[in-house]
Design a protein around this ligand. Structure first.
Ligand SMILES: NC(=O)c1ccc[n+]([C@@H]2O[C@H](COP(=O)([O-])OP(=O)(O)OC[C@H]3O[C@@H](n4cnc5c(N)ncnc54)[C@H](O)[C@@H]3O)[C@@H](O)[C@H]2O)c1
Length: 286
């Protein structure tokens, strides 16, 4: 029996990267999936988003595990689109037990700068809240709500190059901090109903968000046009362990634990999966 056998998970940003990895990992352990993704680019984000074919590939990979999946192209900034997608998924799969608010953008150095700030706050903060709030009426005892924030949420400005002090970069860190605070309060509200709310904070993850021009610029501000080979050594600054990044499945394994009944009394956690990055930059805290 799988670790999340018979559960249904609603995942945003599921067409590729971490979101796809969560969909496949949860399906491997017995869950059915409701997967949404925007599948469109942003003017302020200098790397491409996922495509409709990416979302189809997620569906193929979940079905290859013998599980069911309902997909929708939906924008997390549009609460009505999310509600429609979720309700269609519930009509087909019967319920929702797990919510993973994963969709996000990193418009570091994005232009126009204030539009980059607006976009990142709308997607990473309000979009995550939309995903959670579309789900709340459908959740019951034992459900698990998980938001993916970032190690950047736990760092004070200027501690590291990533994500930077430009509006897109500082908006990214602020949106993730505010999301973490929202989830803390949500956990308090949901605990009497035996519903859990937790945040996962990844360090660098080897996805297209990290392997992108704006991220290379953030980690190598000394170069005019840094490439992957320039950034890779600099990526290591973020972690205490001697690695440039972790893989998407490392986050999926944390999501799997929090989604499962193994974590039935784990709520209000700010769970760092960061190869010791926090230890490197912070003095002792209990
Ligand atoms: N990759 C990293 O180093 C890293 C580190 C910490 C946190 N994160 C967080 O992980 C998430 C990004 O995931 P990833 O690393 O797999 O990157 P990614 O760019 O591969 O995936 C992001 C996905 O979100 C989708 N998306 C973007 N805007 C959307 C919207 N408005 N509505 C619905 N879907 C939308 C994209 O199409 C894409 O499929 C973000 O929330 C990011 O803050 C990433």
């Amino acid at each position: 029996m799988g670790r999340v056998e018979g559960k249904v998970a609603f995942i945003t940003g599921a067409a590729r990267g971490q979101g796809r990895s969560h969909a496949v990992r949860l399906a491997e352990e017995g869950a059915d999936i409701i997967a949404v993704d925007l599948c469109q680019d942003y003017e302020t984000v200098d790397y491409p988003m996922a495509s409709p074919d990416d979302l189809k590939e997620t569906a193929r990979l979940v079905e290859a595990q013998g599980r069911r999946i309902v997909t929708a192209q939906a924008d997390v900034r549009e609460a009505a689109q999310l509600r429609d997608a979720l309700e269609r998924g519930i009509a087909e799969l019967g319920k929702v037990d797990v919510v993973v608010a994963q969709a996000g953008i990193a418009p570091l150095h994005g232009n126009p700068p204030l539009q980059a700030w607006t976009d990142v706050v709308n997607v990473n903060l309000l979009g995550s809240i939309n995903a959670v709030q579309a789900s709340l009426p459908h959740l019951s005892e034992g459900a698990s709500v998980i938001a993916v924030a970032s190690a950047a949420a736990l760092m004070s400005q200027g501690m590291v190059q990533n994500p930077g002090t430009n509006p897109g970069g500082s908006g990214y860190a602020w949106a993730k901090r505010a999301l973490s605070d929202y989830m803390h309060e949500l956990g308090r509200q949901l605990a009497p109903r035996s519903i859990r709310a937790n945040v996962v904070h990844p360090t660098n993850v080897n996805t297209q968000m990290l392997q992108s021009k704006p991220m290379y610029r953030s980690f190598r501000p000394d170069l005019a046009d840094p490439k992957r080979e320039d950034a890779e050594p600099a990526f290591r600054v973020q972690q205490a362990m001697p690695i440039p990044y972790i893989e998407a499945v490392d986050i999926s394994n944390a999501i799997l634990f929090l989604a499962s009944d193994e974590a039935r009394y784990v709520t209000g956690m700010q769970l760092r999966v960061d190869a010791g990055g926090y230890l490197k930059w912070h003095d002792f805290h209990v």
